[in-house]
Design a protein around this ligand. Structure first.
Ligand code: 3HC
Length: 288
């Protein structure tokens, strides 16, 4: 199966990552159904698209005809069964919780045609932790996008021991058609390439903050102005979601028992206060 056989893509999860992946795919000419169980999340996603496309046209970055075609290619729906029934590729972008993903993949396996590739956009959960609930191991893979997915060019395609080369090859081609640059990981590893490197910086930044060495704004300034990153680690956490940092730390701590992974006091405090970053209007910074 090659990219020419991928016409219909189903994105499960219309949150931050899901709806931007969906729109990227629709802009590339795929027919996309983006689903979510939460009507409010679906409405927000649809609202984003209705604002984003005219803005791009007004800015001169997109032709009206391309915006119209992308809008026509994209549907938001809460009907997972219908969306999965004609999908050639499913990209899962739901909450970063193993049990939720396992339940979803079992459901998808029964709803999707036998040829459908089931990919996970998970940042940390490798597909071999999910694959046993499906009857198509060779078609199960990680396909990891970056935030904001409409802008960031990289996608990590991660081959599990069960994944066929045909599947990774098709996913790499899908990425290219979406205007992305894929990298192939031949083996699964926790955090893949990018999040492993990012974690080193993020953990050090949180340590420096919790020790009272500097405030988050100065730490961000140091990283942007001295290391040349487009954003410092705290602004980036606000973009990707402080809740995600919390969940990932908790999941890893529960899995390994290693207290080094336990979310730090500043992250726990923000999580409890629902200061999750841009999506809640406040994180390390304010988003009025
Ligand atoms: N959604 C869609 N488009 C966005 C956007 C968003 N949230 N934010 C910015 N953009 C677009 C703008 O429309 C603009 O497009 P244009 O140049 O074609 O008009 C372009 O991006 C640049 O935006 P701005 O000029 O407003 O701002 P910046 O130049 O600061 O760029 C940024 C914004 C692209 C977010 C840049 O700051 C950046 O690259 N930050 C780092 C992001 C990063 O590191 N991402 C990886 C996170 S790790 C991750 O995703 C792991 C996962 O597991 C969670």
């Amino acid at each position: 199966m090659g990219v020419h056989e991928i016409n219909n893509i189903c994105i499960v999860g219309a949150g931050n990552m899901g709806h931007q992946i969906a729109l990227s795919a629709a802009l590339a000419g795929f027919k996309v159904k983006c689903t979510d169980v939460n009507e409010e999340v679906l409405q927000k996603a649809e609202q984003f698209v209705s604002t984003y496309l005219p803005e791009r046209v007004a800015k001169g970055k997109m032709k009206q005809a391309d915006a119209d075609a992308a809008r026509a290619n994209l549907m938001f729906t809460s009907d997972l069964a219908e969306s999965a029934s004609d999908a050639d590729l499913v990209i899962e972008a739901v909450l970063e919780k193993l049990e939720i993903k396992r339940q979803l993949f079992a459901q998808l396996d029964s709803l999707c045609p036998q040829h459908t590739i089931l990919a996970s956009n998970s940042s940390y959960i490798v597909s071999s932790k999910i694959v046993d609930v499906t009857s198509r191991p060779e078609k199960v893979c990680n396909m990891h996008f970056f935030n904001p997915a409409l802008v960031m060019k990289l996608v990590e395609v991660v081959k599990g021991p069960h994944t066929s080369e045909e599947t990774t090859g098709t996913l790499m081609e899908v990425c290219v058609r979406m205007g992305k640059t894929p990298v192939l990981l031949q083996q699964e590893i926790y955090g893949f390439l990018v999040n492993r490197m990012l974690a080193a910086i993020k953990n050090e930044a949180i340590y420096l903050l919790d020790m009272g060495i500097a405030g988050h704004e100065d730490i961000d300034r140091a990283v942007t102005l001295a290391l040349g990153h487009p954003m410092g680690p705290f602004r980036l956490m606000d973009l990707t979601g402080v809740d995600l940092t919390y969940y990932v730390g908790m999941e890893r701590y529960q899995e390994t028992g290693d207290p080094a992974y336990r979310p730090s006091p500043s992250i726990v405090e923000k999580f409890i206060k629902k200061e999750w970053g841009r999506k809640t209007g406040k994180g390390f910074y304010d988003y009025p």
